[in-house]
Ligand binder design. Structure first.
Ligand code: NAD
Ligand code: UD1
Length: 337
């Protein structure tokens, strides 16, 4: 079975490519490298000890995609390609709608031309907005608070419409909670551009001495210690979820919407403590004001993933921090070595 992985050079994509190849799938990575380094591909090749097929191209470009489908018989697509910076999406909404929404529509159009109708899409817990209660179930109301989130919601809707128009499609919408950590080898991991927006890479860069201190965005939320609570999920667990979804797709034709989270909520300060324990380093922090658009608490009810896909998270907060630290300490400048 040959799987096209759009965005396969990125953080979650690269971890998924390793598992796919280890599980015996043929893989073709399609990426325009707008937020990834070629070094990540070399590192994946190092882990699996063989070359991988990579095509540099843009999902918005029909000809780039057609060239792939002409040359290869693709059985399924795992669609990671997209832009993900919430703040940037507020500044540049059209860039996000073009890349994430238009790009996904063009991808589906070309897939249909070549009769490839199986797709797994990277959605996000952000589609739940500020949920009225936790844990979050898949049937909770959907609401976007920024253009990035709206782009995810729009693509979900587009894919549902595609299925209604043609029931041969097999579609899985995976709503990720907060992916963190790295491959246990420390060879690949998250390499954000510039100053990290997300908590874990910021903590890791502080522990390694690249940042002076962490700003904790608010300590007056209605949570266990006043700081924001999230459902952190090890990126390797998350990657495994895609393999389960792929297996499931082979036998079913429908649209499946599934939360991929660990189902536990940890506060910012709990993450700091866990990271200090795993790294043996101090993570200095200062309490700062709340970040606009943040919510107090977000964590999944992952029981549907278990029921439908036979998937559940197996790696806990200690493994997330251990592997995140392993990657960060071995690669203090990420892929820029
Ligand atoms: P990432 O930026 O590391 O990976 C995305 C990859 O897509 C990059 O390699 C980038 O170069 C590529 N890409 C972007 N636009 C493209 C285009 N037009 N054509 C071809 N390639 C393109 O991000 P990630 O963290 O690996 O996230 C993967 C997916 O999961 C994204 O769609 C993201 O929105 C979604 N997601 C991520 C998180 C998270 O916290 N990391 C949470 C929820 C959902
Ligand atoms: C953010 C995005 C969300 C996206 C997700 C995964 C925003 C508002 N939300 O979610 O849309 O799906 O990333 O990419 O950007 N924190 C600090 N200091 C920091 C960074 C974060 O205290 O320097 C806190 C936050 O306030 C939050 C928690 O850490 O309570 C996690 O933050 P983050 O890693 O950015 O993830 P989300 O806010 O859940």
């Amino acid at each position: 079975m040959k799987v096209l992985v759009t965005g396969g050079a990125g953080y979650i994509g690269s971890h998924t490519v390793v598992l796919l190849i280890e599980a015996g799938y043929e893989v073709l990575v399609f990426d325009n490298f707008c937020n990834a380094s070629r070094e990540s591909i070399r590192r994946v090749e190092k882990i699996i000890n063989k070359p991988i097929e990579v095509v540099e191209g843009d999902i918005r470009n029909r000809e780039d995609l057609r060239a792939v489908f002409e040359k290869h018989k693709i059985d399924a697509v795992i669609h990671f390609a997209g832009l993900k910076a919430v703040g940037e999406s507020v500044e540049l909404p059209l860039k996000y709608y073009d890349n994430n929404v238009n790009g996904s529509a063009v991808l589906c159009e070309v897939m249909a031309e070549y009769n490839c109708k199986s797709i797994i899409f990277s959605s996000s817990a952000t589609v739940y907005g500020d949920p009225h209660t936790t844990p979050i179930l898949e049937n909770f109301p959907l609401f976007a608070t920024n253009p990035y989130g709206r782009s995810k919601l729009m693509v979900e809707e587009i894919l549902r419409d595609v299925y209604v128009s043609d029931n041969e499609w097999k579609i899985v919408l995976l709503r990720y909670f907060n992916p963190v950590g790295a491959h246990a080898s420390g060879t690949i991991g998250e390499d954000p551009n510039g100053i990290p927006n997300n908590l874990m890479p910021f903590i890791a860069q502080t522990a390694v001495g690249k940042r002076e201190y962490l700003s904790v965005f608010g300590d007056d939320y209605d949570t266990k210690d006043g700081t924001g609570v999230r459902d952190y999920i090890h990126v390797v667990d998350l990657a495994k979820g895609h393999l389960n979804a792929l297996e499931r797709l082979e036998n079913f034709s429908e649209v499946m919407t599934v939360n991929l989270g660990a189902g536990k909520g940890y506060s910012v300060l709990e993450m700091v403590t866990a990271f200090e324990k795993a790294s043996g380093k101090k993570v200095p922090y200062k309490i700062a004001s709340r970040r606009a658009g943040d919510i107090a608490t977000c964590f999944a009810d992952p029981s549907y993933a278990k029921e439908l896909l036979g998937w559940e998270a197996t790696l806990g907060i200690d493994e997330m921090c251990r592997d995140g630290w392993h990657w960060q300490s071995q690669n203090p400048s990420g892929y820029n070595i």
